[in-house]
Write a protein that binds this ligand. Structure first.
Ligand code: MOS
Length: 702
């Protein structure tokens, strides 16, 4: 399966060929140091104390006895902490008051940060923190998320809250087939392998922070504003990162470390425990989504409504924009979408891999499957009949939209043509078998970045960019891009990342990291190669070229562009226990030019496995009495394990973003999109029962 491509190709280049991670040996031998283990002389250790009430005020913090404990150097809390700037426009918006620590006596949720104990050792800090008595005036709390809460209000996030065109009720009334269904997804957590950790120290009037984050630019800029410093007075490094998934932006650990390092005038490290991550580092909000679809007799949509309600905290607004999915996937004369939030006494949710798309695709792609069934159409044929040429919202053309190519190639490889559409007819002993399909999309954008490319006197090349490799293989991808742009072998290029001193760069998020950085690396390396081609002699300090893509990336605004995919799943459902086993999954994606097939496949397969987890396992349950989670740790929060993951294959059709210098779109998030819907649709096909609430637990199946 190929589609026409335009733009530059590099026939003999390394972009597009499999390459193991350039830092792989360092990582597997333990030589790669993470933020929590980089040594500092005279390091003190901070331990956070979290509230034991879900709402109220702190009356007093009994720090006296704790200050007398062995090794304790300070107890910071709202009564003595340095004042911070709390009103500013950060890199992604105003700061979440959860992160501007200890500025008042309010407690906004269970597990709210109320104090930091600093001691000579981590063990001493922990023991003292666990002994600290905090007195509260408790107030009644409300953590009861429901989709029908009347306080729900629409919120503009990165997209408008409400987008409406056409007369919805009239088109529904005139439709031959109507689906009206309510879907729910639970609170979900991205508890990445490496917990949040940061060390901060003052060094000759400059603040240095060693951290684990998705953007040193973001952390540098926001912390500088919070502590009223010039950005140039703050250096943030974050070289190796054990997962991010949206959670590793500005968080309490960096702020706590900087506060303590400032008060004590010595280096301080703060590492979060797994249990502290659950209330403090963001999560995916539960959603309640109503989808109404109306189609004519041929299965062409006349009406679409997608209304999604999610929760936020009482101190900060974050919207999970699930209703954004139909704005990309399908059009209809009446097309109404709305994202609403309910503020509750809960931690602020945040970006979690495919925010909006992951839960939104579960609802929409399930509803489309329901509609196909009502229309007597194959679900892929329904998609073919409803494939839009232009954005239903902006009216802009879709750049390089290869969604149908994904469906067709996936159908061929999965053996879709042999499928008996009747539900509940395939049996194997006590197992019922079924197959399902769903579409996927994720926005493909780029953010401004700067890069430095240096020709060294020894004939090698050094690239510096404040990129973040959160496990994606970004550093390796950038090495390949630089090698091609310089027309040199890979082993002559070294890429240094994760240092704010390299200049501002896009964050590792929105599936835009590698794409944005590659653009800047390509620009700097190309210009350097041109300079060298003119016969420049290289001085001992080398020749350095700096790129800045701020103007270049603007051209992307002319069209709406996305990565796409088609997810196929086969499941077996145990009629005795209600257990659902995924037997195989196939995802075919159109995600732009693939820089490194090895790590791109990892990204896509990782997303699909997350989809299995979302469909069948993940569910954080909030206890109304305490306001906290039942089992807010990896013992109580179930994720897919090896035994749950069968053959999962990801591949792609040729796709090339003609407006990108390398042709990249992005692979970080599209892999999870639609995966849960494909599984739910397969369960429906296997059993004849539609599951609209995730996860599809055995007790729900029986
Ligand atoms: Mo991703 S959820 O945009 O880090």
């Amino acid at each position: 399966m190929t589609t026409a491509t335009t733009g530059r190709t590099t026939p003999k280049g390394v972009v597009g060929t499999a390459h193991t991670r350039v830092e792989g040996v360092e990582k597997v031998t333990g030589a790669a140091r993470y933020a929590g283990e980089i040594p500092f002389a005279d390091l003190a250790h901070g331990w956070l104390v979290l509230s034991t009430v879900a709402r109220g005020r702190i009356i007093s913090v009994e720090d006296g006895p704790v200050l007398a404990m062995p090794g304790v150097r300070a107890v910071l809390h709202h009564g003595n902490a340095p004042r911070l700037e709390t009103h500013f426009q950060g890199v992604i918006g105003p700061p979440d008051p959860t992160t501007t620590l200890f500025q008042n006596d309010r407690v906004a949720h269970l597990g709210w940060p109320v104090a930091l104990v600093v001691a000579e050792t981590s063990e001493q800090a922990r023991e003292a923190a666990e002994s600290l008595l905090v007195h509260y005036e408790e107030e009644p709390h409300d953590v009861d998320f429901r989709g029908d809460r009347p306080e729900a209000y629409p919120v503009d996030g990165f997209a408008p809250g409400v987008v409406e065109k056409g007369d919805l009720e009239a088109e529904l009334a005139a439709s031959a087939h109507v689906v009206d269904a309510q879907y729910t997804t639970p609170e979900e957590h991205h508890s990445m392998m490496e917990p949040h950790a940061a060390a901060a120290r003052w060094d000759g009037g400059r603040l240095e922070i060693v951290d684990s984050n998705q953007s040193t630019t973001w952390v540098q800029s926001d912390l500088a504003q919070m502590f009223s410093l010039e950005p140039s007075a703050v250096r943030v490094r974050s070289e190796h990162i054990g997962g991010g998934f949206g959670s590793k932006g500005v968080r309490v650990h960096q702020v706590a470390a900087v506060m303590a390092a400032t008060v004590l005038q010595r280096p301080v490290r703060v590492v979060l425990t797994r249990r502290q991550m659950f209330p403090l580092t963001g999560y995916r909000s539960p959603t309640s989504q109503r989808v109404r679809l109306g189609a004519d007799a041929e299965g062409r949509l006349r009406a679409l409504e997608h209304r999604s309600v999610s929760q936020t905290s009482t101190v900060h607004t974050f919207v999970e924009p699930s209703a954004g999915v139909p704005r990309v996937m399908v059009d209809a004369p009446a097309h109404h979408t709305a994202n609403l939030v309910v503020p509750l006494d809960v931690p602020t949710p945040t970006f979690m891999r495919a925010p909006g798309e992951a839960p939104g695709s579960f609802a929409l792609e399930s509803a489309l499957d329901e509609l196909a069934e009502k229309c007597g159409l194959d679900p892929i044929e329904l998609r073919v009949r409803n494939e839009p040429e232009r954005s239903p919202v902006s009216g802009q053309p879709f750049g390089a939209r290869n969604l149908l190519a994904c469906f067709h190639e996936g159908a061929r490889r999965f053996g879709w043509a042999d499928r008996d559409p009747r539900p509940g007819v395939r049996r194997e002993g006590r197992w019922l078998l079924g197959t399902g399909v769903a579409g996927a999309s994720f926005h493909a954008g780029a953010g401004p970045s700067t890069a430095l490319a240096t020709a060294e006197a020894d004939g090698s090349f050094t690239v510096r960019i404040s990129a973040a490799d959160i496990g994606t293989g970004a550093r390796t991808a950038l090495t390949l891009v630089a090698a091609d742009a310089l027309r040199v072998p890979v082993d002559r290029v070294r890429v240094h990342i994760g240092d704010s001193d390299f200049g501002p760069a896009m964050f590792a998020g929105g599936s835009m990291g590698t794409r944005s950085w590659a653009w800047a690396v390509d620009a700097a390396a190309e210009e350097l190669r041109e300079r060298l081609a003119l016969g420049a002699t290289i001085p001992p300090e080398g020749i350095t070229v700096r790129s800045d893509t701020t103007d270049a990336v603007r051209r992307l605004a002319q069209t709406e562009r996305h990565s796409y995919g088609a997810q196929f799943a086969e499941v077996a459902v145990d009629t005795a226990t209600g257990e659902v086993r995924v037997r195989r999954m196939l995802g075919i994606f159109a995600a732009g030019r693939i820089v490194n097939p090895l790590t791109a496949r990892n990204q896509l397969v990782g997303g699909m496995i997350w989809g299995i987890s979302m469909a069948l396992h993940e569910e954080a349950v909030r206890d109304r009495a305490s306001g906290g989670l039942y089992g807010g740790d990896l013992a109580g929060y179930h994720v897919a394990t090896h035994a749950d993951v069968p053959l999962v294959e990801a591949d792609w059709v040729e796709d090339h973003d003609p407006d990108d210098p390398v042709g990249i779109k992005g692979v970080g998030e599209v892999g999870v999109v639609g995966a849960a819907a494909a599984i739910a649709n397969a369960v429906r096909h296997a059993t004849g029962v539609r599951h609209r609430h995730l996860p599809i637990r055995p007790d729900r199946v029986l």
